[in-house]
Each structure stands twice: as structure tokens, then as C-alpha cells.
Design a protein around this ligand. Structure first.
Ligand SMILES: NC(=O)c1ccc[n+]([C@@H]2O[C@H](COP(=O)([O-])OP(=O)(O)OC[C@H]3O[C@@H](n4cnc5c(N)ncnc54)[C@H](O)[C@@H]3O)[C@@H](O)[C@H]2O)c1
Length: 254
């Protein structure tokens, strides 16, 4: 397939739905071979089928980013299958929202594990191939919640942590032709935000409208908005953009 990412392989964690799916699709549309991993077997099967029908080169596997061995193994399989790993997007994520006094150890640990340990596992696994190739693009999905958000002490800490992680990868790996950057989305319409509306006891439409009222561009975000920013960082021409965080939120602090 022709396009800006022709000949590249993009590996996306949590790529079966929502933002991860939008990112995977964007890369495939611009010519990349895509590898998606996810815990959700049903969504992964459905998305893989849909992508194959569209003619995309897709490799998919059920894998848990928290399990280092599973991540190492699938990264090797993808490398053996496609012959390179050029782009990693650490997108897999979960929320376990609660006010601090009600937040359990497990709410805290699950969020730290999926976002931080998961991104660490995937970045460590791919860097081996990227260093050999002398080329790579790592993009970590943070969040506006990194700036603080009520009910999200765990998630805010993890998403802020990912920004420090990104900057450190940028410093360590830059000399190998590898850049690391972060995209921090604001309110994006996905199953994750739908679940939050349900938990709050409001309709999704109510939630969308409430968010739009506070967003300067007066609309909510879609996975394609995040995919655009990810594609910018992943572009070969963005080789001097390293260790940056871009907020994609319809305004400066949404
Ligand atoms: N939706 C938003 O408004 C928003 C805003 C800011 C940041 N984000 C971040 O964007 C990313 C994608 O969010 P989304 O809204 O598409 O959520 P989503 O719940 O729709 O998708 C997340 C995907 O990650 C997968 N996943 C979860 N844990 C995993 C694990 N341990 N191993 C492998 N896969 C796992 C899920 O199965 C799911 O398919 C997340 O990191 C999220 O924190 C989302």
C-alpha cells in the first residue's frame, strides 16, 4: 500500500477499539502494516476481521501488557512476521476512578500496572529491534488528567508518569534514530468515556454536552483527532521532535 507509512510496521497496544483502533486504522490507511494487541478477545477478533476486509496488513494477538513475557513474545512474533517494528503506540489503558478516601490498593495498582508497567514492557521489548534498525518512533498516550482530575489520583499519577517516561526514552534513545513523544487527549468519545457516564448515572449524551460546553472548539474529540497527532510524531520527517507532549483537547487545558 502506498502512503506516508508504506514499508513501516506500527505496533499498537489496546488497538481493538476506541482511540487505539482509530490510530491503527490511520496507520493502515497511510500504508503501514499494523500489529494490534488487546486483552479483549471479542473486540480484537471483530476489529481484525474488519481490518482484513479493508485490505489492511494486520497481525493481532490477545496479550496483556502487564505480562512482560507475553509482550516480549508478541513483539518478537510481529518482528518475525513483518520484518521490522518501526512505530510503537502505548495506548492500552483502564480507569478505576474513586475519590482518594475510597480508592482501594487494587484501584491504584491496576492503573499503575496497565499504563506504566505496560508501556515500560512494550518500550523495552521494541527498543531492541529499533536500536538495531537505527530507527523508531515511540508514542505514549497520556491524558489531560495528568494535570490533575477529581476522582483520578491513580490515573492522573500514571498519565503524568508517562510523560516523564517519554522524556527519558527520548534522552536515552535519540542517538539511535528513535524518538519518543506523548499525546495527551482531552475528552474523546469512546467506550471508556461511555463507561464513565454510566458510572456517574448520566446518559452519554448528557456527558458529551457537558464536556462540549467547556471545550473552546465546542465539540468533543474523536479517535481520529488523536490519530492525527500520533501520525505527526510517527512521521519520518518529525525526527527533530523528541520528548514532547502535545495536548489534543480542543483547547489549552480541557
Ligand atoms: N477516551 C478519552 O477521553 C481519553 C482521554 C485521555 C486519554 N485516554 C487514553 O487513551 C487510551 C485509549 O482509551 P480509550 O478511550 O480508547 O479506551 P477503551 O477502553 O475504549 O480502549 C482501551 C483498550 O485497551 C485495552 N486494554 C486494557 N488493559 C489492557 C491490558 N492490560 N493489555 C492489553 N490491552 C488492554 C482494552 O481492552 C481496550 O480495548 C487509554 O490509554 C486512555 O487512558 C482516553
Amino acid at each position: 500500500m502506498a502512503g506516508r507509512f508504506a514499508g513501516r510496521t506500527a505496533f499498537i497496544t489496546g488497538g481493538s477499539r476506541g482511540i487505539g483502533k482509530g490510530i491503527a486504522e490511520r496507520f493502515a490507511e497511510e500504508g503501514a502494516k499494523i500489529a494490534i494487541i488487546d486483552l479483549n478477545e471479542e473486540a480484537l477478533t471483530e476489529t481484525t476481521h474488519e481490518f482484513k476486509e479493508k485490505g489492511y496488513h494486520v497481525y493481532s494477538k490477545v496479550a496483556n501488557v502487564v505480562d512482560a513475557k507475553q509482550v516480549e513474545d508478541v513483539v518478537k512474533e510481529v518482528y518475525d512476521h513483518f520484518g521490522s517494528i518501526d512505530i510503537l503506540v502505548n495506548n492500552a489503558g483502564v480507569i478505576r476512578d474513586n475519590l482518594l478516601f475510597k480508592m482501594s490498593d487494587s484501584d491504584w495498582q491496576t492503573v499503575m500496572d496497565v499504563h506504566l508497567k505496560g508501556s515500560f514492557h512494550a518500550a523495552r521489548a521494541v527498543q531492541k529491534y529499533m536500536v538495531e534498525q537505527k530507527y523508531g518512533r515511540i508514542i505514549n498516550i497520556s491524558s489531560t488528567s495528568a494535570l490533575g482530575n477529581r476522582g483520578q489520583a491513580n490515573y492522573a499519577a500514571a498519565k503524568a508518569g508517562l510523560q516523564g517516561f517519554t522524556k527519558t526514552l527520548a534522552i536515552e534513545l535519540g542517538k539511535y534514530g528513535i524518538t519518543a513523544n506523548s499525546v495527551a487527549p482531552g475528552f474523546i468519545e469512546t467506550d471508556m468515556t461511555k463507561a464513565t457516564a454510566e458510572r456517574m448515572g448520566i446518559s452519554f449524551e448528557q456527558m458529551v454536552q457537558a464536556n462540549i460546553a467547556a471545550i473552546p472548539v465546542r465539540r468533543s474529540g474523536k479517535p481520529a483527532d488523536i490519530a492525527n497527532a500520533v501520525a505527526f510524531f510517527a512521521d519520518e520527517k518529525s525526527s527533530f521532535v523528541n520528548g514532547q507532549v502535545i495536548y489534543v483537547a480542543g483547547g489549552p487545558k480541557c
